[in-house]
Ligand binder design. Structure first.
Ligand code: BGP
Length: 471
């Protein structure tokens, strides 16, 4: 069914992020990021970012493996603290810039298109300590200057840019706010969110000015829901869940202003952030060229009574009294980490985003996290990953062929095993196995998994050969 439906220039890719893959955190003049600190303090039993997959030292070998896999694109992030170790210095760090030039050289040599995220959870810790991080508008200026440096240095070779990875998830999952009072805490969270919107919009406007040929957009965590039943209240609940935790982000970016449902919700709770007079103009001036999104799972949402306990931050069990709460979807099977696997929901997501925004779409992450190891024959038999990816790619194929949706690129998460953002190194997503465990790095040997050879055929055949079992 996928015959001839993927455009010739379709970017088959894979993804990573800097703090999860690079390691080498004390090298090349790099500063400390909040992601480094969080990965260290998260759990003593988990690997942190200090060695990770050691891409910092092995990027040549790894990019050669990308070439063997046949990748047409590699979506990765620049580590903000390699370019500006503190975040507020006058001059960037030449060694950090040189590292990414080497990475881009290597990708260029193998004809792999770089898709670059400017900021993937790794705010310089110094900005957090000195100014309160995104609480302060100072951080917006530091981010824009960092973006300016990246556009100047790498703009000649990078056509695809992303401003911020998963801002909508980052504000609740990767930013502990030490404030016991709920209203004040959530008020801070939404001020932080507002500042990131301004930063993203300014980076987009700057990119358009400096690099007219380039394309730039946000990439967000798309976590859509179904109504738990066809009860009208559940249908509204599901729409509320999607608006308040997903679409508010893309609405602000694409339409250049806060949507009314969001202003009303924030105001109702006393969470509306402060606006400066120039903010409306900044948001209106930074419209994206495409939408990037990360897709892993879906939810079911039902109406939530006013007197139910609130949980505004949970990943799997959001509960927003008077609006919605997540419940299990009996039609889906979840991964061992509780993420409901939903390839059909992937097609629905592509439809929803296209119908709402009429902008080209890029999948920046999609994959399955599992605990796995090397079998006795020395290989990694990850048939569950092949199954997951095959079904998602098949649904993407239908979205392109039957629904006419323009999809630029599909980047599986991840190219190689990395430190998970929440569950250490044991939760693996890669096409390439890294032989280490949480605290013992062993030799960090690379072992291509069965999915590597499967994806190689998918790319070679431009999506026509998805292997056995395709409907
Ligand atoms: C996204 C992040 C990635 C990655 C992925 C898998 O939220 O953008 O950085 O980590 O999810 O999540 P996890 O590592 O928590 O399983």
């Amino acid at each position: 069914m996928t015959k001839g439906i993927f455009p010739e220039n379709f970017l088959w890719g894979a993804s990573t992020s800097a703090f999860q893959v690079e390691g080498g955190i004390h090298e090349g003049g790099k500063g400390v990021s909040v992601a480094d600190v969080l990965s260290r303090t998260h759990s003593a039993d988990y690997a942190d970012s200090s060695v990770a997959a050691d891409f910092y030292h092995r990027y040549r070998e790894d990019i050669a493996l990308m070439a063997e896999l046949g990748l047409r694109s590699y979506r990765f992030s620049i580590n903000w603290t390699r370019i500006y170790p503190l975040g507020d210095e006058a001059e960037p760090n030449a060694e950090g810039i040189a590292f990414y030039h080497r990475v881009l050289d290597e990708l260029g040599r193998h004809d792999i298109e770089p898709i670059v995220t400017l900021y993937h959870f790794d705010l310089p810790q110094h900005l957090e300590d000195a100014y309160g991080g995104w609480r302060s508008r100072k951080t917006i200026d530091c981010y824009v200057r960092y973006a300016h440096t990246c556009f100047t240095e790498f703009g000649a070779r990078v056509r695809w840019w992303q401003t911020i990875n998963e801002q909508n998830l980052m504000i609740r999952k990767h930013m502990p706010i030490d404030e016991p009072d709920l209203t004040r805490r959530e008020r801070v969270r939404h001020q932080i969110d507002h500042h990131m919107f301004l930063a993203g919009a300014r980076a987009i406007a700057l990119c358009h000015e400096m690099l007219p040929e380039a394309k730039i957009g946000p990439t967000f965590a798309y976590l859509p829901s179904y109504p738990a039943t066809c009860r009208p209240e559940d249908v509204i609940a599901s729409q509320d869940a999607d608006n308040l935790y997903n679409y508010y982000l893309t609405d602000i970016h694409v339409f250049g202003e806060y949507p009314s449902y969001y202003v009303n919700w924030l105001t109702e709770h006393g969470w509306m952030p402060d606006f400066e007079p120039e903010d409306a103009e900044i948001l209106a001036a930074g419209r994206p060229d495409y939408i990037g999104f990360n897709y892993y799972l879906t939810y079911a949402a039902e109406w939530c009574p006013e007197d139910a306990p609130a949980d505004y931050l949970s990943i799997l069990h959001l509960s927003v009294p008077g609006r919605f709460r997540y419940v299990d979807n009996p039609y889906l099977v979840a991964t061992e980490y509780g993420w409901a696997i939903d390839p059909v929901g992937f097609r629905r997501s592509l439809r929803e985003l296209w119908q709402r925004y009429r902008l080209p779409l890029m999948i920046t992450e999609n994959g399955i996290g599992v605990r796995e190891g090397i079998a006795e024959d020395g290989r990694v038999h990850d048939d569950y990953r092949i199954d997951y990816l095959r079904k998602h790619i098949c649904e993407m194929g239908k979205a392109i062929a039957m629904d006419g949706i323009p999809v630029i690129s599909y980047n599986a998460w991840t190219f190689i095993d990395v430190v998970s953002s929440s569950d250490g190194f044991s939760k693996r997503y890669g096409f390439v196995f890294v032989d280490r465990d949480e605290l013992d790095e062993r030799k960090l040997a690379r072992v291509p998994k069965d999915s590597f050879f499967w994806y190689q055929r998918v790319i070679e055949s431009n999506g026509q050969d998805l292997g056995e079992g395709l409907e």
